[in-house]
Design a protein around this ligand. Structure first.
Ligand code: KIV
Ligand code: NA
Length: 264
């Protein structure tokens, strides 16, 4: 299998070939996802919730993400692996560089961090030192205690405008990928058109350049609450491999997400 690279993801955006992404935390699943042809895997700090049983992503450490990044890389040598920078691991550019380096050494191809303007210097510092950056806008789960819950973001016009501006600023600072979470479909489309970097949505409608789901949500394993935008693919297909294949087909063909799994 050919190596997945950031250059390939940019080509996919240019040609309208939807990017399929999923979270991965271990070697067995990363191997299977790679075999099925997933374009990108994220070692998400969602592991705090789905693996550790925490109430939020806040307690996750750099060591936790590094451990799971190593496992994911061991199972999929050619995969494009993004590792989440956990809560408070990038509060200054210097901290960000040091902690991101640990995740790169663990096998990541890129690191992801949550936030807008305040991250511009951090993104510059990482990018100029050879660490590719994925930005994350919209709902920021690491800020759940500031927001007061997991809610749709960017419904007001001024918020939508601010998100698009932040995406452009982060891109100028060196970000090469963007995840947008829990925003209206129209904003998902607008931000994808406004920047050159590929935009991957989760609860952001079908018009972003790609989609990502938490693997536990898409396999119906999530213990308590299934978000509106998540879809259980195991239910309709009966086995894990076909669930992943169906997810990939539905993203590539634009059938996922539909109105039921997005915010109109
Ligand atoms: O941690 C995670 O799983 C994520 C995705 C929801 C994008 O950040
Ligand atoms: Na995350």
């Amino acid at each position: 299998m050919a190596k997945n690279t950031i250059a390939k993801l940019f080509k996919q955006k240019q040609s309208g070939d939807k990017i399929t992404a999923i979270t991965a935390y271990d070697a067995s699943f990363s191997h299977l996802f790679a075999e099925c042809g997933i374009d990108l895997m994220l070692v998400g700090d969602s592991l705090g919730m789905v693996l550790q049983g925490q109430d939020s992503t806040v307690p996750v450490s750099v060591a936790d993400i590094a451990y799971h990044t190593r496992a994911v890389r061991n199972g999929a040598k050619e995969a494009f692996v993004v590792a989440d920078m956990p809560f408070m691991s990038y509060s200054t550019p210097a901290d960000a560089c040091q902690n991101a380096a640990e995740l790169m050494r663990a096998g990541a191809n890129m690191v992801k961090l949550e936030g807008g303007e305040w991250l511009i210097e951090t993104v510059k510092a990482l990018h100029t030192r050879g660490i590719p950056v994925c930005a994350h806008l919209g709902l920021l789960p690491q800020s759940v205690n500031v927001i007061g819950g997991y809610k749709v973001q960017g419904r007001e016009q001024h918020q939508a405008d601010a998100l698009i501006k932040q995406a452009s600023q982060l891109e100028q600072a060196g970000a090469q990928l963007l995840v947008v979470e829990c925003i209206p479909n129209a904003l998902g489309k607008a931000v994808s058109e406004a920047v050159n970097m590929p935009v991957i949505g989760i609860g952001a409608g079908a018009d972003t350049d790609g989609q990502i789901l938490v693997m536990h949500d898409m396999l119906g394993l999530t213990a308590n609450y299934l978000p509106k935008f998540a879809k259980n693919y195991l239910q309709q297909s009966g086995d894990v491999r076909s669930a992943i294949q169906t997810y990939i087909e539905e993203v590539k063909s634009g059938r996922f997400p539909d109105a039921e799994h997005s915010f109109g």
